[in-house]
Design a protein. Sequence first.
Length: 639
Amino acid sequence: MKTEQRNALLLTGAVALALAPHLAAQPLWLMALLAALLALRAVQSLTETRALPRWLLLALTVVLIVLVFQAHRSLIGRDGGMALLASLVTLKLFEAQGKTRDSHIVVMLAYFCTGTAFLHSQSPAMFGLVMLDTVAITLAALQLERPQGAPLQQTRLAGRMLLEAVPLAILLFVLFPRLPGPLWHIPVERGARTGLSSDRMEPGQVSQLALDDSVAFRVEFDDQPPPRSVLYWRGPVFDYFDGRRWLPPQRFYVPPRIAPQGPSLRYHITLEPHQQRWLLALDMPTVLPESAQISGRLQVMSAAPVMLRQRYTLASSLTWRIDSDPGLALARQLPAAGNPRTRALAAQWQALPAEERVRAAVAYLRSNGFVYTLEPPLLRSAHSIDEFLFDTRQGFCEHFAGAFTFLMRAAGVPARVVTGYQGGEYNTAGRYLIVRQADAHAWTEVWLDGLGWQRIDPTAAAAPARIESGLARSIPQGDSLPWMLRGDDNWVRLLHLQLDVLVNDWNQWVIGFDARRQRDFLQRLGIGDFLSARYLGWLLGGVALILGGFAFVILRPRRLKLADPAARHYQRFCRKLARRGVVRMPQEGPLDFARRASNALPHLALQIDAITNEYLAIRYGGEQHRRESLRVQVTQFNP
């Protein structure tokens, strides 16, 4: 392969590697089209095909812009903008064919594409891919500058250059001032939400999340984690029922006062982005994170939607009392008509005290053959609550929570639906709790005089194993679950948990090293201000230390490696004698050294002479066949 062909193929491969994260985020047909163009450019490099005419490149540019807009309805934003960038860089490869200047522009664009890969993910895997991309692009750049260089030697040089940059990158990562927000950002596409919905809750909605084993958040407790059965992570709350769906309240109320009835539990949550304002908290939150507030529905709300991974600290009490709630009237609302059988059942309990009405409803769910399943039959009737409670009797947590809340309201007990997550998996390797999207759950809160809002989980009446042991042990055997939720302690799952420790540490110490953490770290170094003399001393001293280390490595005398095997064996022989105090002088030849060594160690004189003669015969007599004999004698020589 000619040098020009090899270098063009290397540049194409480096660009393809840099564009890989962007292509993976595109629709399949667009990804295939761009991959085909990259493959075509590689074939051109191998076959030395003529460059595409300029008019064809212009036509392809227009077509790709139209297709990108068709796919994303925008040419900006993360997905649309990155698709446009990938398309233009791919076409620039064709334009750069045989042109050194344009090839250098492609290298710069490839570096930029490598950096923007972090817009898709900031995981350790993406970091590793970016480092590999950077080596490949640097190698392509070196080949452009020195076309005749050996590829292996150039690869080593590219890797060494990046390794030399690591100490300086770490120093700047730790000490360079961080802004409280991103320096720049691009619009996020609408509708890109994950996890629970804050807009509504209806049958089948939460059960869809049970097939998603992605991480919703991780929790670290200051003390021992509480039992799984009390791990209710509070999210969106729904008060209004329209006959089919549960909806959030349209009015905002003053938050009621929470009176903790037991010790507080302190913990730290690392929440994955979900593009909504609510924050998860262990029921019931008593100490909130900075810049957060509690709503009238006792839900922790942030000042802005959670667009990035966020870590915050809270405290909660597992038992509580609430004295009053100005929005209590809404918790009694029901449609004027509908679900007559449920209303008739609830009317039988209205003469009982509120606590007895709650117990009667729980007993009904426990004793009438209800089945907890991921695959419940569709509720087709206009009276969906009646259909569930009296006909199908199969459902997921949202079926139980919605029906129980309706039943309580019909019985005269104020009630509402709470969604969130229940339980989690304790990762013993990292000593933290992993809560996945599949742990999404819905339950009911009822208002009891003297206690206020108290949690009642109707799912626990039909499937107590869901609360005590998790989803995998509570659903029928025929229901499918993601493999990370099945509870099998196979080596693949255990390896996945070990890797999650790496991901969590990466998130905490690299991605989570924000302006606040940097400020706390610098304060431990005695640095209170970025303009202080101490800060400049640390920064400039670190740079000087790194550059000084580079200078020492570069300028220090290098020991020449002995390419001759016979010389290496003879040097080993001399080192063995040196350990006995017979050190060869720089100006001393092999014969003179052998004579002096024999006088110093007369009992080894025969071996010393034999080894020296073997070496001289090889070194000066050209008898290379005696190298193995020399190696054996030096190995056996033990002064």
